[in-house]
Design a protein around this ligand. Structure first.
Ligand code: SF4
Ligand code: SF4
Length: 165
């Protein structure tokens, strides 16, 4: 499928602010390398594009379970098997990088959609708040704040550029 999925993180955050009880569906890629536990697209996108990559990352220091670390590019990764969902990292992050629902222990399989499967991808789009996730033929666009997460997913967010990038 040539089309990509475009996830608007700006609209998703607004939707969560407007409705604090909102339960967002989770898009993920099963059998993906670099999964290191169950990783949702929103979490990967937040760490990659929203995180300010603090030098002495307070989220890592505060984590009681050693569940957070930086990869070789300075991008935070969470070991979901170690995380105890205490949300200390959410509280201490000065930039609101993490959405609090990353740390819910979802037991409802219906919330997860395998984005490698075209039908599941369609269901995921329908389950997300209107206008937050769409299909597109477009590609990355710095002017549009749209960036490539992988070959199938584009993320719209306000990118934080550091001197090192
Ligand atoms: S929510 Fe998870 S990753 Fe965050 S501080 Fe607690 S244990 Fe660590
Ligand atoms: S504290 Fe927040 S912005 Fe800083 S590295 Fe951790 S997640 Fe990123």
């Amino acid at each position: 499928m040539a089309q990509k999925i475009l996830i608007d993180m700006i609209k998703l955050r607004s939707a969560m602010v407007e409705n604090s009880t909102l339960t967002l569906p989770e898009g993920l890629f099963y059998q993906s390398p670099n999964m290191n536990g169950l990783k949702t697209i929103r979490e990967l996108a937040s760490f990659r594009f929203t995180c300010r990559r603090c030098e002495d990352a307070p989220c890592i220091s505060v984590c009681p379970a050693d569940a957070l670390e930086k990869d070789e590019d300075g991008v935070i990764a969470r070991h979901t098997n170690l995380c105890v969902s205490c949300k200390s990292c959410v509280t201490i992050c000065p930039f609101g990088t993490m959405m609090t629902d990353f740390f819910k222990h979802h037991r409802n399989r219906d919330l997860f959609y395998d984005l490698k499967d075209e039908k599941e991808m369609e269901k995921f789009i329908k389950a997300c708040p209107a206008g937050t996730v769409t299909l597109t033929d477009d590609d990355e666009s710095q002017e549009g704040n749209i960036y490539r997460l992988n070959e199938k997913v584009l993320i719209k967010d306000y990118l934080y550029i550091t001197e090192k990038q």
